[in-house]
Design a protein around this ligand. Structure first.
Ligand code: AMP
Ligand code: MG
Length: 488
C-alpha cells in the first residue's frame, strides 16, 4: 500500500500473538475533523518515518485513527493495577495500540493512539482526551527525554474536531505515544490474577524477549527478569528525585517493565524544595508526594514480585525469600544512584564518607529556606551567590565552607567541576506556570507559538543559554498552591 512505503510505517505485531486474554482487538473510533497540531519531526525520523509525509492529510488521518497503516493490528491491552493501594481490573480505556514500529536500527516501538475512543476496558469513560492534557503530556515527556530520563515519547497531537465534556467543554485530541513497550507491573498483576495456566509465563517470556533478550537462556530467567526490572525502576526513580519530578499517580498500572516514565497525568516539577510536595488534586493523603516516591516504587515492585512468585521457585517460601532479597537490592541501587547523582550535582567526582551528610545538610537548609530546587543547584554551579536569600543565611555559609573544602580534596580543576555541575543541573525544567501559559495560548487562542518556544528552550536543558534564563524564573506567588488534575 502506498501509505506504508511513503511514510515508512514498518509494523510487526508481537503483542497480538500473546493469548487473547491479554488484549481486545479494537479499531480506533474515527473522528470528524482531524487537524495536526504538532508533530515531533526528529522523533519521526528516528523511527524511520518521513516527517514531511506525516504532515500530509494521510499522516493526520493515521494520528486521528481514521486510517490505519498497512500491517497495523489495532488493539487495546488488558491490565490490572493497584490504584492508591487498591487492586482493580483496568486496561486501555482510551488508548489503542496500532502496531510496533521496527526502526531502521531494528529497534521496536509501540505506536499508540491515546484518546482514540472507547474500548472494552473503558468502564464509564468516553475513551477520549482533551487538547490541553495531551499537549501537556507532549511537553513534559519530551522535556523528560531531553533531561536524560527514560520516558515514553510523544510523536504527534491532533485535534478531533469533536468536543469532549469534563467540568467544561474541551476540544478533543489524540496523542500518538511511542514507547519501548506498554507492559506494566499491572499487566503482570492481571496475568497472575486472571491468566489461565501458562499465561503468566507466556507474558514473562514475552517481556524477557522484548526487553532483556540476554537472559532468555538462563535457567533462573524469571528471577533475573524481576531483578532487572527492579534495577531499572530504582534508577528511574533516582533520576526523578534528582530532577525534582513528581509523577503524581504512581499506581502499579503506571509503572513500566521497560523502566520508562509513563502516564503524564497530574505530574509536575517541584519548585521549592519540600519532600511533602504534592500537586495532584486527588492525592489528599500525599501518598505520591515527592519524598514518598522511592518507597512507593518499592511497594509497587513488591506487588510485581507477588505476581511473579510462582515463576521464581516451586516452593513458595523459597520464592518469597528470593523476592525479598531483590527488594532490598532495590533500596541499594536507588541509594547508590541518588548519591552518585547528587555528588555530580555538587561537582564531586568520587565518593567520600562525609558526602551523604554534606548532601543531607544542604537539603535541610534548602527546605528551611523554601529554596527553589532547580535554581539552587544552578546558582551553585555558576557561583551566583547574590541571587537567592538562602545564600545569605549563616547556615548556608557554614555549609559552603564544608563544600569548598570537600571540592579542594579532589584533583579536578575548577573548570572540570563546573562542567560536571552544568551537565547535571539543568538550566530549565518545564515550570508549571510556563506550561500553563503555553497550554492556555494553544487551547484558548489556537496560538501554538508559546508552546513551540517553550519546547525549543526545553530541548537542550543542560546548554545554559542566555535565552533559557527567562524560563528559569520561579512562578509568581499567585500561582500557589499549584494543582494538577487526573481527570484528563
Ligand atoms: P490513568 O489514571 O490515566 O492511569 O488511567 C486509569 C485508567 O482509566 C486506565 O485504564 C485508563 O485507560 C482509564 N481511562 C482514563 N481516562 C479514560 C477515559 N476518558 N475513557 C475511558 N477510560 C479512561
Ligand atoms: Mg495509566
Amino acid at each position: 500500500m502506498e501509505l506504508t512505503s511513503e511514510i515508512g510505517w514498518n509494523f510487526k505485531n508481537s503483542y497480538a500473538r500473546l493469548p487473547r486474554r491479554f488484549f481486545a482487538e479494537q479499531h480506533p473510533t474515527p473522528v470528524q475533523l482531524p487537524k495536526l497540531i504538532i508533530l515531533n519531526k526528529r522523533l519521526a525520523e528516528s523511527l524511520g518515518l518521513n516527517a514531511e509525509r506525516l504532515e500530509s492529510e494521510e499522516g493526520t488521518a493515521v494520528f486521528a485513527g481514521n486510517k490505519l497503516p498497512e500491517g497495523a493490528f489495532p488493539l487495546a491491552q488488558a491490565y490490572a493495577g493497584h490504584q492508591f493501594g487498591h487492586f482493580t481490573m483496568l486496561g486501555d480505556g482510551r488508548a489503542v495500540l496500532i502496531g510496533e514500529q521496527i526502526t531502521p536500527t531494528d529497534d521496536r516501538f509501540d505506536i499508540q493512539l491515546k484518546g482514540a475512543g472507547r474500548t472494552p476496558y473503558s468502564r464509564g469513560g468516553d475513551g477520549r482526551a482533551g487538547l490541553g492534557p495531551m499537549l501537556r503530556e507532549y511537553i513534559i515527556s519530551e522535556s523528560m527525554h531531553a533531561l536524560g530520563i527514560p520516558t515514553t515519547r510523544s510523536l504527534a497531537v491532533v485535534t478531533t474536531g469533536e468536543p469532549i465534556y469534563r467540568e467544561t467543554e474541551l476540544p478533543g485530541a489524540i496523542l500518538t505515544r511511542v514507547a519501548s513497550s506498554h507492559l506494566r507491573v499491572g499487566t503482570f498483576e492481571f496475568a497472575a490474577q486472571w491468566g489461565k495456566e501458562g499465561q503468566l509465563q507466556a507474558l514473562a517470556d514475552y517481556a524477557i524477549d522484548r526487553h532483556f533478550p540476554d537472559i532468555s537462556e538462563e535457567y533462573n530467567k524469571y528471577f533475573l527478569f524481576f531483578r532487572h526490572v527492579v534495577e531499572r525502576q530504582a534508577k528511574l526513580i533516582a533520576k526523578w528525585q534528582l530532577i525534582g519530578f513528581i509523577h503524581g499517580v504512581m499506581n502499579t498500572d503506571n509503572m513500566t517493565i521497560s523502566g520508562e516514565t509513563i502516564d503524564y497525568g497530574p505530574c509536575a516539577f517541584m519548585d521549592e524544595y519540600d519532600p511533602e510536595t504534592v500537586f495532584s488534586s486527588i492525592d489528599r493523603q500525599g501518598r505520591y508526594a515527592y519524598g514518598n516516591q522511592p518507597g512507593i516504587g518499592q511497594w509497587n515492585l513488591a506487588r510485581f514480585a507477588e505476581s511473579l512468585l510462582p515463576l521464581f521457585h516451586k516452593k513458595q517460601e523459597k520464592a518469597v525469600e528470593m523476592a525479598k532479597e531483590v527488594l532490598s537490592y532495590y533500596a541499594e541501587v536507588y541509594d547508590r544512584h541518588l548519591l552518585t547523582g547528587m555528588r555530580a550535582k555538587l561537582g564531586l567526582f568520587h565518593a567520600k564518607e562525609q558526602d551523604e551528610a554534606l548532601i543531607r545538610n544542604l537539603l535541610v537548609i534548602m527546605e528551611k529556606n523554601r529554596a527553589d530546587y532547580t535554581n539552587t543547584f544552578k546558582a551553585l554551579t555558576f557561583e551566583l551567590f547574590d541571587e537567592m536569600d538562602l545564600f545569605k543565611t549563616r547556615e548556608f555559609q557554614e555549609w559552603q565552607k564544608q563544600w569548598k573544602a570537600r571540592l579542594n580534596e579532589q584533583k579536578q580543576s575548577k573548570a572540570e567541576v563546573k562542567q560536571l555541575m552544568k551537565n547535571n543541573n539543568p538550566a530549565v525544567i518545564p515550570r508549571n506556570h510556563r506550561v500553563e501559559a503555553a497550554l492556555e495560548a494553544a487551547v484558548e487562542k489556537e496560538d501554538y507559538s508559546v508552546m513551540e518556544r517553550l519546547l525549543e528552550v526545553l530541548s537542550n536543558p543542560y546548554a545554559h543559554t542566555f535565552e533559557q534564563e527567562a524560563y528559569s524564573t520561579v512562578p509568581p506567588p499567585s500561582h500557589y498552591p499549584y494543582r494538577t488534575f487526573c481527570g484528563t
